[in-house]
Design a protein around this ligand. Structure first.
Ligand code: PMP
Length: 292
């Protein structure tokens, strides 16, 4: 079935959704994006995603050509036109069409693109039994280089780490920062549980401040679990009682093995399971109505 895509002010069929070979998102990864999810006719944390998108734009000196409320309508209308109530939404703003040089001043207008579709990130058995990850040699971008808090179209850093994980025989990589502190995975944030406390690295380590990360921290606090944002190392991963990853596409996924060491008892732990079930309730209990 052909999808209806929002492309630069119009809704077009997938086969007509074409962009210029001079688009700087394509030529240089010059642009930003969001991955958003709709559950049962409601878009989860749409405001937070749009805020992050406009903050990313600001950080790369890009003026998005439409307002935040127009962007909200783009997302909702894309879902409505595709008749989707449960979906993964990809919102992209590239620097737009320019010439073969880097200079963004030669790109008169950023290009806005919205795709709503389905996504399955990891095999279903990983959610049941937990997944295995490895730490990889490629370090997460340094904040003084390309700040990972910007959700940019330049994912080569993460892709290299992903390739290293796959070549090591697993599907996901734990990326460290320059100092060797745990940062995040290639498209997910990391949490560990030690003695009942939920621990995650702070954004200044160099990571994307995930919307799922924020909601899991809120959920944990609401359910009487102590939450701590602090730096930690591989040693803390190896000796954690439980571990899981969070992301819009991945939701919450338990991790049971890191660098060939079992985490806790080598199966999804009780705090992780509690948070997974609370999270599923939570995503269905709030969000922007598609027919708002
Ligand atoms: N880190 C990275 C590098 C990501 O790309 C993502 C989004 N897929 C996340 C973390 C998780 O962020 P969110 O919960 O907002 O999807």
């Amino acid at each position: 079935m052909s999808l209806i895509i929002y492309l630069d002010g119009e809704f077009v069929g997938e086969e007509n959704a074409k962009i210029s070979v001079f688009d700087h998102g394509f030529l240089y990864g010059d642009g930003i994006f969001e991955g958003i999810r709709a559950y049962n006719g409601r878009v989860f944390r749409l405001d937070e995603h749009l805020e992050r998108l406009y903050d990313s734009a600001k950080a790369i000196h890009m003026t998005i050509p439409i307002s935040i409320s127009e962007m909200e309508e783009v997302v909702l209308e894309t879902l409505r036109r595709n008749n989707l109530r449960d979906a993964y939404i990809r919102l992209i703003v590239s620097r737009g069409k320019g010439d073969l040089g880097l200079d963004p001043r030669n790109c008169p207008r950023p290009l806005v693109l919205c795709i709503a579709s389905g996504i399955k990130l990891y095999p279903p058995e990983f959610y049941e039994n937990g997944m295995e990850v490895v730490t990889v040699p490629t370090r997460r971008n340094i904040p003084e280089g390309l700040n990972p808090r910007i959700k940019s179209l330049n994912y080569l850093n993460n892709i290299l780490a992903k390739i290293e994980a796959i070549r090591a025989g697993v599907l996901e990589a734990v990326m460290l920062n320059q100092e060797g502190y745990v940062a995040e995975c290639t498209g997910d944030n990391i949490f560990i549980i030690k003695k009942g406390k939920l621990i995650t690295p702070p954004p200044h380590v160099g990571l994307l401040e995930g919307v799922t990360r924020n909601s899991v921290m809120e959920l944990a606090a609401k359910n009487g679990i102590e939450v701590k944002e602090t730096v930690f190392t591989r040693y803390d991963l190896y000796t954690a009682d439980e571990m899981f990853l969070t992301g819009t596409a991945a939701e919450i996924i338990p991790v049971v093995r890191v660098d060939d060491r079992a985490i806790g008892e080598g199966k999804p732990g009780p705090v992780t399971q509690q948070l997974i079930s609370k999270f599923h309730e939570f995503v269905r209990s709030e969000g922007t109505d598609i027919f708002k």
